[in-house]
Design a protein around this ligand. Structure first.
Ligand code: UDP
Ligand code: MG
Length: 320
């Protein structure tokens, strides 16, 4: 098996509407680039016609490789499957919905080769096509991430990027089960560059990232990289202790003076406040405990149903 110069990893979940557009745009581009490439389409357990459409396309596009996951495992898990299986010297990852222009992949490759970079981020300099809600939540998210992981996290860089073989191997060596690549990649600290692009509207179909998945990604991102939220318990404990101390002195003074009834409001507020803080801290503990639980179980993040490249190889050597 020869090593292609470029692998393009594309996670897909129920993308039947956009698939023909994607193939129509990607294939001429890569064919015309004059390099040896493979496209690794990771079908994340789609329930629509994505899988048969991919297999059909595979027949007449030799460089297309289909990796089907048995169940819907999520965008990051699909990306993991693709990165683990890609064989190229450079590996690009891109969404299926053509929001990120595939033409930029070649620009990234040229930049990486010219400046010997291991990572090239696609950075969105214009997100006017995203909804205002998406833009604002993204801004909060990236600001928080820069604070947690450090300045190395490029602003507005999602999962559209190019990685060298060395960077991919470093990622593969990570034992994490729920990697958040947009944080893990900058954390590697490899030499990196950026290519700016305009974020287009989705070419077809609907977003596969409802609010619940966005919240999940944000919680994973925070708990993946920082134990700081756990300290919230310590700090709020300390604050309420100080407050209680002051209030204790006050109530003692009132007792001495002999004016001790009334105070229902303060009691009620204190109980509510302390109860709230305690529940919040319990929840935080639970988040981390949950992560430990998942890591300890060691269950695979994804299960591959088939890989068209492997079945082709097995057929070639006569394995059934
Ligand atoms: N995706 C996936 N599994 C999922 C959800 C999404 O593989 O469970 C893929 C999806 O097909 C797309 C990419 O992840 O290629 C990004 O999803 P989408 O474009 O819907 O997200 P948005 O751009 O709206 O944030
Ligand atoms: Mg999208």
């Amino acid at each position: 098996m020869t090593t292609p110069a470029l692998s393009v990893v594309i996670p897909m979940y129920n993308e039947q509407e956009v698939l023909p557009l994607l193939i129509g745009r990607l294939r001429p581009l890569l064919d015309g680039a004059g390099l040896d490439y493979e496209v690794v389409a990771v079908d994340d357990g789609s329930a629509d016609a994505t899988a048969p459409m991919l297999l059909l396309a595979c027949r007449e596009w030799a460089q297309l490789r289909v990796v089907r996951l048995r169940r819907n495992s999520g965008h990051q898990a699909a990306l993991t499957a693709g990165l683990h299986r890609a064989r190229g010297e450079y590996v690009a990852s891109i969404d299926a919905d053509l929001q990120d222009p595939p033409e930029k992949i070649l620009e990234m490759l040229a930049l990486a080769r010219a400046e010997s970079l291991d990572i090239v981020y696609g950075v969105r300099d214009d997100r006017t096509t995203d909804t205002a809600f998406k833009r604002h939540t993204a801004q909060v998210y990236y600001r928080l991430m820069r604070r947690l992981v450090g300045k190395k996290v490029p602003h507005n860089a999602g999962d559209f990027r190019l990685l060298s073989r060395a960077a991919v191997e470093a990622l593969r060596a990570m034992p994490e089960r729920q990697p958040v690549y947009r944080l893990l990649v900058p954390w590697l600290g490899f030499p990196s560059g950026e290519v700016a692009y305009r974020r287009e509207a989705r070419a077809a179909g609907r977003t596969k990232y409802p609010l619940s998945k966005m919240v999940r990604l944000a919680v994973d991102s925070v708990t993946d990289f920082s134990a700081a939220p756990l300290r919230l318990a310590t700090w709020s404990g300390l604050a309420s202790f100080l407050l209680c101390f002051v209030l204790g002195c006050y109530s003692l003074a009132r007792f001495v003076v002999g004016a001790t009834v009334s105070g229902w409001t303060s009691l009620f507020t204190a109980i509510l406040f302390l109860g709230g803080v305690q529940l919040l801290c319990l929840g935080l503990l639970g988040e981390y405990l949950g992560r430990v639980f998942v890591e300890v179980k060691g269950r695979p993040t994804y299960i591959v149903g088939y890989d068209s490249a492997e079945t082709a190889e097995q057929a070639a050597v006569g394995v059934r």
